[in-house]
Design a protein around this ligand. Sequence first.
Ligand code: AHR
Length: 498
Amino acid sequence: MKANVYLNKRDQIGKIDPRLWGSFTEQLGRSIYEGIYQPDHPLADEDGFRTDVIEAVKSLNVPLVRYPGGNFVSGYNWEDGIGPRDQRPTRLDLAWRSIESNQFGLHEFMKWCQKVGAEPDMAVNLGSRGIDAARNLVEYANFPKGTFWSDLRRQNGAEEPFNIKVWSLGNEMDGDWQIGHKTAEEYGRLAHETAKAMKLVDPSIELIASGSSLRTMTTFGEWEETLLDHVYDDVEYLSLHQYYGNEDNDLPKFLSSSVDFDGFINDVVAICDAVKARKHSSKTINLSMDEWNVWYHSHAADDAQKPWQHAPHLLEDHYNFEDALVVGGLAITLMKHSDRVKIGCLAQLVNVIAPIMTNAEGTPSIWYQSIFYPYQQVAKYGQGISLNSQVLVDSYSSGSNEVPYLDTVSVYNPEQNEIVIFAENKSQDNMQLAVNLNGFELGTIKEATQFAGYDIKQTNEDQVMQLETLNDVKVVTDKVQAELQPLSWNMIRVKVNN
Ligand code: AHR
């Protein structure tokens, strides 16, 4: 099969915000306990953080981490997680039917973020709580000193304010599974008043309003419109969440997820802009795709009722090769929307629907899932300006979607003097790829890799998967030529001289 891609240096989508490659760690299952934090583990540092996990997260280049939830935040008292550890209360976490020891809280999270080099995206509880808890948390975290909450922070060991910039106004408030689930009208009013109070404490913060939990929610569309009517002037971002699964064991359909994802983003952009027009506003609302991933392997195990437990094994999907292809396709879609999607969070980071898995004891202490590899490459090399492309390739039909066999985006990184081509071959055939890069003076190939050749159901507990060199990639004047293996994820970095 042949694929011809046409790009022009002047035809740019937009700069990729580095925060697009963020992730998420919720007080859920073994994400925190036995994941990030395990004081009795031989690899724990002086703060109880697992150094193997810190190194793995650093190798992923994660710029931002959302915390503490997720569904968890809608029943959470942030005050439970501060102060001397031996005085923190143990509580029932109703969202995940677990026991929460609160041994890990705000200060631990902030210290951990510093160690991995990520900025926080802090969610406030708009389920069981509201304005007061949220504005007190902003005061505790960001106010320098001399007030009750800021001085309590200093007493608890943080003299300097945390200066948390990005805040999420609740989580999935449209879902009836959420503690404190609300109608769009109820949530819109509460989000507006909470945003007002939070910004009165610290006007420099950026806020994310909770959009739909999934594109298939019956309230989708109406939820966004009603919500934005209330909060348009208060927030910078509207969130979207989307997970995909292959429950029908239908690979072509599963691989069409990136097309659905693209449609979802287009729909939400259209709604934001319709409200903008109706309000005669000059402000543009950007998007935060703050939960995205494949999630379905663990559903059956998680549905089985278990006794109340601390750090139970929950949402521990073991990802296979086809999942990695889907994650790669979704990442390409995000880059194609870099003009509007500014924040993204692969959900999640450690043990819970995650690229990184840990063992509580023994060796290996840690292992990487199949999805680790495309995520690592986009987080590292999906930086710069994404370019519009015209893609000429065959396509197939899946449901109402027409799915091109090639998913691709190219990113121009002027700081590194390079173009990075991400290309996923969704067909069962070899693909002769030609990328025409108009307006660029191309130099040599800096690096070319492929993730290919595995059985689609292959998982990576034994750490057999790896990126390999993609051979025979050629530069012919302003064209890059390569042969892509069937069902493969590829990345090509080309030097540019202008
Ligand atoms: O990421 C797992 C869960 O998925 C989150 O807690 C929730 O926000 C979503 O439904």
